[in-house]
Write a protein that binds this ligand. Structure first.
Ligand SMILES: Cc1cc2nc3c(=O)[nH]c(=O)nc-3n(C[C@H](O)[C@H](O)[C@H](O)COP(=O)(O)O)c2cc1C
Length: 346
């Protein structure tokens, strides 16, 4: 079977860092980690301008998701995850100098990351080795989770990750509350997927299993067998499958040992970007401990459901992001990516 070339980006290895290369080559290598970040429908809404000793990160405004992301918050969360990966990689290779967010008050220029030249191999910062190693391992896991609790020592490690002021994380591990959150998510999915416009938009980003497209979600990531994958997006456009899709997701969430809800006081691009960085830090920390994660935001899209999520999760602020953590059953394959050359602005 022909492999999608957009999957080769996951073979990145820290041993291949171009120690003797130019700063531009080094920055491009670091970007190889950044592009592995998760994004809504795998739209990869990032563009970068590599400068002499820095890299500007832009939101790709050609990507529009009026149904899945009406406020644009998920765009910034995805960009936040991208920037977090870039920072982790540059810290590991001792190239990180500083980062400024929204440096020009232009909401498209999201961040500028400044780099040092980096020295020798001896200078790698081992503190970031586990997180860096987790970047090409991470994936969004869909399906049923094993009935296995996450060991306490891993949870303690995760809880130690500091949160910026105005952002809080709630950890929900009692099965009663997990069941309720699963029900709310199923409710959100039923509402969203019963809207034709939502289904049309999502169907446009679902690719069949043999597709060579580098953006969008391959149907195998949704557990779709190859023959069905060829007609799945047409079926999604034509039929309201909200009830069975909600049921599958309900079962999946009900099986997890832990749900994490990120809540924030503010609701603006700067905060969404912080949430994205926070989420990526958490998911990589889980991944480094061999814990799988899975994102479910449907309940947060409906005001009445989000209010209930807030109550059940005892979130301090308004819930903005929800993901599950545990041990997925079966093998999950990576989704493709555009490679670094394709995201460069000249
Ligand atoms: C902001 C955001 C929201 C997402 N929401 C969902 C969701 O509600 N349900 C879901 O199955 N996946 C969701 N995802 C996961 C993406 O579909 C996934 O990251 C993307 O397809 C790339 O796959 P990968 O994470 O395995 O590399 C979300 C991702 C992001 C960044």
């Amino acid at each position: 079977m022909l492999e999608n070339e957009g999957l080769t980006v996951w073979n990145i290895r820290r041993q291949d860092f171009p120690w003797k290369g130019s700063i531009e080559e080094k920055i491009k290598f670091l970007l190889g980690y950044a592009i592995l970040a998760p994004s809504t429908h795998n739209v990869q809404p990032w563009l970068v301008k590599v400068k002499r000793n820095s890299c500007e990160v832009y939101a790709d405004r050609t990507i529009k998701l009026p149904q899945a992301d009406p406020k644009g918050g998920y765009l910034y969360i995805s960009l936040g995850a991208f920037i977090k990966n870039l920072i982790i990689a540059s810290k590991y290779f001792s190239m990180f100098e500083r980062v400024t967010y929204f440096p020009k008050k232009n909401l498209d220029l999201v961040a500028e990351v400044f780099f040092k030249k980096s020295g020798s191999k001896k200078n790698v910062n081992k503190k970031f080795e586990m997180l860096l190693g987790a970047v090409p391992q991470r994936k969004n896991n869909r399906g049923l989770f094993r009935r296995k609790k996450i060991p306490e020592y891993i949870l303690r490690k995760i809880e130690k990750i500091s949160t910026p002021s105005g952002i809080r994380i709630s950890y929900i591990s009692d099965s009663g509350s997990i069941g309720k959150l699963a029900k709310l998510t199923a409710g959100g999915i039923r509402t969203l997927y019963s809207k034709k416009a939502f289904r049309y938009e999502l169907a446009g980003f679902i690719n069949h299993n043999l597709s060579t497209k580098r953006k969008g979600i391959p149907a195998y990531a949704l557990k779709m067998p190859t023959p069905l994958s060829f007609i799945f997006s047409s079926l999604m456009r034509l039929f309201d499958m909200s009830v069975p899709i909600a049921r599958v997701n309900y079962k999946s969430i009900s099986s997890v040992p832990l749900i994490c809800v990120i809540s924030s006081k503010n609701d603006d691009p700067k905060t969404w970007l912080e949430i994205g960085r926070m989420f990526e830090a958490l998911t990589l920390c889980f991944e480094a401990s061999n814990v799988d994660t899975s994102i479910f935001v449907a309940a947060l899209e409906i005001d009445s459901l989000r209010k209930q999520v807030k109550k059940i999760s005892k979130a301090r602020y308004e819930p903005r992001f929800l993901f599950c953590a545990g041990y997925i059953i079966g093998e999950i394959k990576h989704t493709p990516r555009n490679d670094v050359e394709e995201i460069l602005m000249h």
